[in-house]
Design a protein around this ligand. Structure first.
Ligand code: ATP
Ligand code: MG
Ligand code: MG
Ligand code: MG
Length: 565
């Protein structure tokens, strides 16, 4: 591909609403564009990466015996009422009506569709086991779409479903999928942990594991034993208590007061200066108006934390607040509330009783709000149970190891469903003795678009993205320094033709731009290898740049093919 033809625009600055590095870089490097909150276009570069991930997923699914199909996104609401999930699923379910006023939903997942499909197709044990999968757009009306592709309202998922005659069969299918997930994530060079999704519940019905990309920005907290292989998501209760506030009457309650809080520090600075370690920060707890503000709970002695915050805010204007849900979730601890990405702000102290003021960031640097009201001014969306990690939990399995805590992004989830759906939707088969039995099911999801942004989150530097070779949009980026220099142009064109001919995906920067612009864009886009065709071209030399290592080396043109293939 010639860059003069490539449909991409790089941006010097990321739009302000992009909070996480992956979101910022994917926007700046022209991989994605937002259409609406949580709804994105994959631009040609983004589409290529997405397709590579899809293909890896496809290869591993096929290799494990799963068969690809494609089910509709448009699903009759009736089906969801039959499985009794129509109401349970809540506001995340996108609902719509057709011209005859028949109710439909846009599929957030496909247990209902696939179960009725297999019910209608298969009636004998002879045709089981079966694993089917699809790679398809899912719709979830997330309360807070976040971080670009990480939490979209329209996103790409691979979902697989297994059908067996008994639990042993399910165990086998589960293991196959579990192993395939490991291979998929390894091939994408993701750093991850597979964790039990229900801490403590090992084996049995409903067993499930989450595949967590390790990342500071992850919304989940996972505990990993320092000795045995116990690893679990410690979040047992996820409270979307925002819903509970919606009906409340806030009339008569005074509006929050804005006040000045100069010299604030960023979370990172505070971590450094106050020696609050990242692992002490247990959970993003509160999201406020429009997602501008957030709170972070910190373990430990609240008075110490209060002094630290006071010191670093340099304003003495600290208000304390009791916040029941925080208190319930955290026990004794302190929280810092701040405008996301801007700066650290004020304390919400869950341990101090009797004070009814909550303070949050005002979404404006150096200003905060006092007297905000939960539900009106901000919504509590997550409450995590961190089980007194401050005291250094002991592993519940081996009883010896210490639990180490990480933040994680859930990229995959495998689940032993059992007969829940087959019983509700009548998916039965006749066994060898002619008896009718419910099929035993499993479901296995992997967020393709979320995986893309998780890899971006883990692979970047200050200049831009650094793609692992297996999913990079191109393998080689040829940077032609001066299009006006005939000699350079010839060398670049010859290299481009040669690499393309042997199937190496190559992007040729043939734009009439300054060298500096080309280097900057190349680093931003993050193709693993750049070949710089500049002054050395006269001596048949090009510069070989390794994006990840950050190294440069002058090599002979004759060596390039061997080096990049
Ligand atoms: P989360 O806890 O992050 O809301 P989930 O548990 O609701 O995710 P699942 O129902 O287990 O998600 O779906 C399977 C996979 O789909 C997830 O592991 C994740 O990778 C992906 N996924 C779920 N919701 C989203 C979303 N809103 N945007 C992008 N990917 C998503
Ligand atoms: Mg969810
Ligand atoms: Mg989850
Ligand atoms: Mg899940």
């Amino acid at each position: 591909m010639r860059q003069t033809n490539l449909f991409v625009t790089t941006l010097r600055e990321a739009p302000a609403e992009a909070e996480t590095v992956s979101h910022q870089l994917l926007l700046r490097a022209g991989y994605i564009r937002q259409l609406a909150a949580g709804v994105y276009t994959y631009m040609p570069l983004g589409r290529r990466v997405l397709r590579k991930i899809e293909n890896i997923v496809r290869e591993e699914m096929d290799a494990s015996g799963a068969q690809e199909l494609l089910m509709p996104s448009l699903q009759p609401a009736e089906l969801w009422k039959e499985s009794e999930r129509y109401d349970v699923y809540g506001k995340e379910l996108m609902k719509l009506q057709d011209r005859h006023e028949r109710e439909f939903v846009l599929g957030p997942t496909h247990e209902e569709v696939v179960t009725t499909l297999v019910r209608d197709e298969i009636s004998s044990y002879r045709r089981l086991p079966l694993i089917v999968y699809q790679i398809q757009t899912k719709f979830r009306d997330e309360r807070r779409p976040r971080s670009g592709l990480l939490r979209g309202r329209e996103f790409l998922m691979k979902d697989a479903y297994s059908f067996d005659t008994g639990w042993e069969g399910l165990d086998l299918a589960y293991e196959q999928m579990y192993n395939a997930y490991g291979r998929i994530l390894d091939r994408c060079s993701l750093t991850y942990r597979a964790v039990q999704a229900n801490a403590g519940a090992i084996g049995g019905k409903g067993q499930n594991h989450e595949f967590m990309a390790l990342s500071e920005i992850g919304e989940d907290t996972v505990a990993v034993c320092s000795i045995c292989d116990y690893a679990a998501n410690i979040e047992q209760a996820e409270v979307h208590s925002g819903d509970a506030f919606e009906e409340q009457d806030f009339s008569g309650i005074p509006a929050p007061v804005k006040f000045h809080t100069p010299n604030q520090k960023t979370i990172q600075q505070l971590e450094q200066e106050s020696q609050i370690k990242p692992q002490d920060i247990i959970k993003t707890l509160i999201y406020t108006d429009g997602g501008k503000n957030f709170a972070v709970l910190v373990r430990g002695d609240h008075e110490v934390n209060e002094l630290k915050v006071q010191k670093y805010l340099g304003c003495g204007e600290i208000a304390l607040a009791e916040y029941d849900s925080v208190q319930a979730a955290a026990g004794v601890g302190s929280g810092f509330v701040g405008p996301a990405g801007l700066s650290l702000t004020i304390l919400v102290d869950a341990a101090v009783a009797g004070m009814a003021e909550a303070v949050t960031g005002a979404g404006e640097k150096d200003y905060h709000l006092r007297g905000v009201v939960p539900g009106r001014d901000f919504l509590l969306t997550h409450v995590g149970d961190f089980r007194n990690a401050a005291t250094g939990d002991i592993c519940p399995v081996c009883g010896e190891g210490k639990l180490v805590f990480h933040q994680g992004i859930e990229v995959g989830h495998v689940f032993k469903l059992g007969t829940v759906y087959s019983e509700k939707l009548g998916a039965t088969f006749l066994d060898a003795a002619g008896r009718s039995q419910p099929m035993v099911m499993g479901c296995y999801g992997i967020g393709i678009s979320r995986l893309l942004s998780s890899v971006a989150e883990q692979n970047h530097d200050d200049q831009g993205l650094i793609w692992p070779a297996a999913i990079a949009p191109y393998t080689v980026h040829i940077l032609l320094m001066s299009v006006k220099d005939e000699g350079q142009r010839e060398v670049a064109e010859a290299l481009y033709a040669q690499l393309t001919a042997i199937g190496i995906e190559t992007l040729l920067d043939d734009r009439d731009e300054r060298a500096g612009v080309k280097f900057k864009d190349s680093e931003l886009i993050g193709i693993p290898v750049a070949l710089v065709v500049g002054k050395g071209a006269a001596e048949q030399k090009v510069e070989y740049m390794d994006r990840r290592a950050g190294t440069k080396e002058l090599i002979d043109i004759s060596e390039t093919v061997a080096r990049v293939s």
